[in-house]
Design a protein around this ligand. Structure first.
Ligand code: PLP
Ligand code: COI
Length: 339
């Protein structure tokens, strides 16, 4: 029976669903997919994920579309990024095939939790890979658990597609130039908690990072990539310390398809002054337009207006229409999970 939730007032949080799916890596190979209704994980107290951060996660969404089908967006890209993270912190790779099979299974098993199209809410899919075997020396584990759970979610920021203020934080780095910023590991998020807390306490929606080495170039905005718009051009940072966002990669293509010029290059902080529009993008954030970015150390405000700009709106609408199967998916980004 379909779950009766107040879908349209859902925030971005955890809501219990019926099942998760799990797969264990033991003796050098991945086992069979297991279906589980238990929310907890029995874990050795010396597991490498607990002590040495051998942990990675992913995030993608399933969309209940107006044609009645359920689609997921660029699931192969999430699989590829998890594989890159695995290589980065010495965990065994999950094949794209296994990743996709588990995503399909967990979405189908929890069909009653997929929010209706009209609600604007979606089913967030959270794959998680952890080192489970005991180590006291700093070494990779020999055993791992790959688990995927889902949870229905509303917008990441209150108000959905509306503009939010950000603040540049210089006192805390989320990742180093040759560190783990380009991987989706929990340690990056631990490193961001303080900056995020400071930003919230000062009344901002989120923290904004400059590059860790020189504090001159734009990195990213909280758990989302940055883009700026000027002269019909979509500009986004090139940096070794940001997460390669699948939403941003898609928006670069969408922008090009809509006739914009696309530039992925280092962006000096001062260039913020020249953008007509700015936004944060990611699976959770989708596109979150930025109203202004404050640099409190310099006493400077980069203002982009309190309402979302026209180009951001076009990009948002087009991306969303692909995700919901409303416009042609000419790049083959969506996978139908439920017909
Ligand atoms: N940057 C960070 C630090 C993130 O956590 C995320 C979220 O996954 C993103 C960017 C956006 O990436 P994606 O569009 O693949 O969700
Ligand atoms: C996402 O956009 O999927 C994220 O992972 C952001 C955040 C919830 C960590």
């Amino acid at each position: 029976m379909a779950e009766q939730l107040d879908w349209s007032s859902l925030g971005f949080g955890y809501h219990k669903t019926d099942y998760n799916v799990r797969c264990y890596y033991r003796d050098g190979k991945w086992g069979e997919i297991e279906v589980c209704s238990e929310e907890t994980i029995p874990l050795h107290m010396a597991a490498t994920s607990l002590h040495y951060g051998q942990e990675a996660f992913e995030g993608l969404k399933a969309y209940r579309c107006p044609d009645g089908k359920v689609r997921v967006f660029r699931v192969d890209e999430n699989a590829a990024r998890l594989q890159s993270t695995c290589r980065g912190i010495l965990m065994p790779e999950v094949s794209t095939e296994l990743f996709i099979e588990m995503v399909k299974k967990v979405v189908r098993l929890n069909e009653r939790f997929i929010p209706p199209y009209e609600s604007g809410a979606t089913l967030y899919i959270r794959p998680l890979l952890i080192g489970t075997s005991a180590q006291v020396g700093v070494h990779p584990a020999s055993e791992y658990l790959f688990i995927i759970f889902v949870t229905p979610v509303g917008p990441y920021f209150k108000g959905g597609f509306s503009s939010n203020p950000y603040v540049i934080i210089r006192d805390y780095d989320r990742s180093a130039p040759l560190g783990t910023g380009k991987y989706k590991v929990g340690g990056n998020y631990a490193a961001s908690l303080m900056a995020n807390d400071i930003a919230h306490k000062k009344g901002y929606a989120c923290e904004f990072y400059l590059d860790a080495r020189e504090k001159k170039y734009i990195d990213e905005c909280g758990a989302a990539n940055f883009f700026g718009i000027k002269n019909n051009t979509y500009v986004t940072p090139k940096s070794t310390s940001i997460l390669p966002s699948i939403t941003n990669k898609s928006l670069m293509q969408v922008a090009a398809d809509l006739g914009l010029t696309v530039e992925c290059r280092p962006i000096l902080e001062e260039e913020l002054e020249t953008f007509e529009e700015a936004g944060a993008c990611g699976t959770a954030a989708v596109i979150s337009p930025i109203s202004y970015i404050d640099d409190l150390d310099k006493g400077k405000r980069y203002d982009f207006g309190s309402e979302p700009g026209p180009v951001s709106k076009r990009l948002f609408d087009h991306l969303r229409n692909i995700q919901y199967g409303i416009v042609e998916d000419k790049h083959g980004w969506t996978t139908v999970v439920i017909e």
